[in-house]
Design a protein around this ligand. Structure first.
Ligand SMILES: Cc1cc2nc3c(=O)[nH]c(=O)nc-3n(C[C@H](O)[C@H](O)[C@H](O)COP(=O)(O)OP(=O)(O)OC[C@H]3O[C@@H](n4cnc5c(N)ncnc54)[C@H](O)[C@@H]3O)c2cc1C
Length: 402
């Protein structure tokens, strides 16, 4: 059952359309939240290699980047959706599209699910269909979290789980761009550059990454920011969190100062703006030198060693204060969700309602950036599917092959 007009809409947007579906370095240390040992028990029940084999059996060729991220070899998320869709067809699964589950109730014989047909987004005039009821022996709740509502993310699944007696921890956006307090950063909107990024909370280093930074009209994004956003947003609730950008991660402070000093002494008459030319991304270094009130027309030689060292210091350690996130619209995942103490980590069956299974991002467990969240969605889905099939009574002519 899927409220969108096609299944797997979120998968299509993953990894910028390439679908970073797993990681060669999967281990429990890459998962956050969750009851102690939950992720480890799940990964033991279905080792990561088996998940990759499952995709291999579906016909999907995979390849890994040097950093461990695993993608379809075609680098097309649509291939992932298609091989999964083909398997559903082969197994004779019925897909109820544009169908939203409104309520799930447990009774003595199984479950009653109230559903409503939802109008497609393109049909502005269509009204929602009438409510109808579907009965089921077992239910797998795989409704995802509230991240990216524009492509189907919602809190509906959390509401359904709550109505069945589950505890829900308040969801929060993670793997998300960060808003920056300093308004001047807006001048850099659209600039991408390779840099080092370290995040400090209350003066304590909480993480460092290197990669492509993207400046936006509200702050910063790009892989290093997304990776460190969970730690940054956790810290921001209690103390000042700062991003420290290193525009020259391959140079020491001393090396950068000596490079600047040599450059200055070779042409002291050159205007400062010409001195900067070719040093690093233009708008960024102009912004940094104007923050030190160095006049673009001033001769480079007028910038004496202490000011030059200060400028070099900014190139190596430019500090910006984090003010928060942009909410779920821009987040790739949600932290929080259904308490995993109420879920069996080997089958994903609810400890509260028998034959109810809950998977993926609905649960209070979230992975690092790099394929860990999709890997958890596949793992929990495969374990829940196999376990749910075992609980069902099938006609004698049909036997499930989980
Ligand atoms: C832009 C973006 C990029 C991402 N990139 C990556 C990446 O490269 N690698 C990675 O590991 N992770 C990535 N993620 C995270 C990953 O996509 C999710 O963690 C994962 O899809 C969660 O899977 P899920 O099955 O729990 O939920 P979802 O994939 O969200 O699927 C849940 C589905 O349930 C439907 N639904 C919800 N409520 C109802 C209802 N009441 N009735 C009927 N249908 C309902 C929704 O429409 C949705 O289609 C990305 C996320 C986003 C938003």
């Amino acid at each position: 059952m899927e409220k969108n007009q096609a299944p797997g809409r979120k998968i299509l947007s993953t990894g910028a359309g390439k679908c970073n579906l797993s990681n060669a370095k999967i281990n429990a240390g890459h998962y956050h939240g969750g009851a102690p040992g939950f992720a480890a028990r799940t990964l033991k029940a279905l080792p990561p290699a088996h998940v990759l084999d499952f995709f291999g059996e579906l016909g999907l060729l995979l390849s890994a980047e040097a950093d461990g991220r695993i993608f379809p070899r075609s680098r097309k998320a649509a291939d992932v959706v298609n091989v999964l869709g083909n398997r559903l067809k082969e197994k004779g699964a019925e897909l109820l599209l544009l169908t939203c589950a409104q309520s799930v109730k447990k009774n003595l014989s199984g479950f009653e699910i109230t559903v409503r047909r939802v109008p497609p987004k393109w049909d502005k005039k269509a009204a929602p269909g009438p409510l109808r009821t579907i009965t089921a022996d077992a239910v797998i709740l795989a409704a995802g979290g509230p991240a990216h509502p524009q492509i189907g993310g919602s809190a509906l699944g959390l509401d359904l789980a709550r109505s069945l007696g589950h505890t829900v921890k308040n969801p929060k956006p993670v793997i998300t761009p960060l808003k920056i307090k300093e308004k001047t950063v807006r001048e850099l909107d659209g600039i991408r550059l390779e840099a080092g990024l370290s995040v400090y909370s209350g003066g304590r280093l909480i993480g460092s990454k290197r990669g492509e930074l993207l400046f936006t009209d509200y702050g910063v994004s790009g892989p290093p920011v997304l990776s460190l956003s969970r730690a940054a947003l956790t810290g921001v609730e209690t103390s000042a969190v700062t991003c420290h950008i290193d525009l020259f991660p391959d140079y020491s402070r001393e090396a950068i100062f000596s490079l600047l000093a040599k450059r200055r002494d070779a042409g002291p008459e050159r205007p400062w703006k010409d001195f900067l030319c070719g040093l690093a991304e233009e708008r960024t270094i102009n912004l940094l030198s104007s923050s030190l009130k160095i006049e673009p027309a001033a001769p480079a030689g007028s910038v004496k060693d202490p000011l030059l060292a200060e400028f070099g210091g900014l190139l190596k350690d430019w500090s910006l204060e984090v003010s928060g996130s942009l909410g779920f619209e821009d987040a790739m995942a949600a932290a929080g969700g259904i308490d995993t103490a109420e879920i069996r980590p080997e089958t994903f069956e609810s400890r509260i309602v028998k034959k109810l299974f809950i998977t993926g991002e609905l649960l209070d467990i979230n992975g690092d950036c790099g394929g860990y969240n999709l890997h958890f969605a596949w793992t929990s889905g495969l374990l829940a599917g196999a376990a749910a099939a075992k609980t069902m009574s099938f006609p004698s002519s049909f036997s499930p092959q989980p």
